[in-house]
Design a protein around this ligand. Sequence first.
Ligand code: NDP
Ligand code: GDR
Length: 350
Amino acid sequence: MTKRAFITGITGQDGSYLAELLLGKGYEVHGLIRRASTFNTARIDHLYVDAHDPDAKMFLHYGDLSDGARLVSLLSEINPDEVYNLGAQSHVRVSFDEPEHTGDTTGVGTMRMLEAVRMSGINTRFYQASSSEMFGATPPPQNEDTPFYPRSPYGAAKVYSYWVTKNYREAYDMFAVNGILFNHESPRRGETFVTRKITRAVAAIKAGQQDHVYLGNLDSIRDWGYAAEYVEGMWRMLQVDEPDDFVLATGGNFTVRDFVQVSFDRAGLDWEKHVKFDERYLRPTEVDALVGDASKAADKLGWVPVVDTAELARIMVDADIEALANSGTPWIDKVNLASWTSDSSLAGSL
Ligand code: NDP
Ligand code: GDR
């Protein structure tokens, strides 16, 4: 029997890799998309087959995490075996500018999804995109037992989502899990997150199209992994016998400055000549250090990432340089996710 999945946030970085992964595994994939005045499906256009074609396996539905009634009717109609809630206002700095909207989508949106599962009466497995930002000010290494101390409206909204997911598991015996994912990036990363901002700037500087890039705090430490590997971990969390919560991380420990250096080095540039400071990129409260301990995922899911932060930076710089040279988009990095196992070297297939 063909399995059916429903993904919120399918147009985002993770949604696109997850849709690819599931289609590769033979799933029928349904995605929630927001109506916009311009197309916002660039990351999944390569997966789309017209719905009139008998080979169509991916279907897109208009809706929004702020519209609970729509979520109920969609889930009743689609009756998915697995639901992945990846939709969110996901930018930490923006959550200080739009705290109420962030609370409504990143926080209460999860409650609306859980209620939609419960009210539609479907028997499904539910994945919640929880975040290392929930640990916030609690020092590393962080794992599933580390106390939360969020430092932004985004982090606080994710803590709310984490607890309602756990509550629905306990209250209604729902198969609902939290994947607590540390930062993961790729050539498909949104352009305003720091890694992609850096790698796009490297490509433009190398091509002589710009001289400088303005950044904020270079001292924060992050554990940056490769998004294509992390979606495999999401899927594995829904294949186990009992619902549980898992950290996914590389355990790496890079400052923003380190990421800058590796990226500029890759293009043969001296970063100190090109990086300038702008305080507008500082946050009212910063998360100083996130370094994850994913040993539970290794033990129970067999999930072990292969690409480390330095390799990731090189992949992203190369992709942005190539995209600029071709005046095209860099979205479609060649990853054969269907054949990924924790033992195989994903890096070798790039
Ligand atoms: P992106 O910002 O790339 O994608 C977010 C997705 O959510 C987009 O598809 C966006 O749609 C959609 N969305 C935003 N608001 C709404 C709404 N009101 N209703 C419906 N859909 C909405 O995020 P990522 O792919 O990087 O992350 C996926 C999830 O994982 C997010 O929840 C994020 O918070 C979380 N996360 C991410 C981590 C990371 O390092 N990437 C780490 C830990 C957690 P549109 O395209 O229309 O804007
Ligand atoms: P983060 O990612 O806040 O960790 O959230 P981001 O890339 O925005 O920031 C990482 C660190 O870089 C510093 N920084 C800058 N950040 C941005 N965006 N722009 C800059 O110019 C800049 N200069 C320095 C930041 O201060 C910060 O310390 C990401 C998101 O994907 C969340 O959705 C997810 O939950 C967490 O990762 C885990």
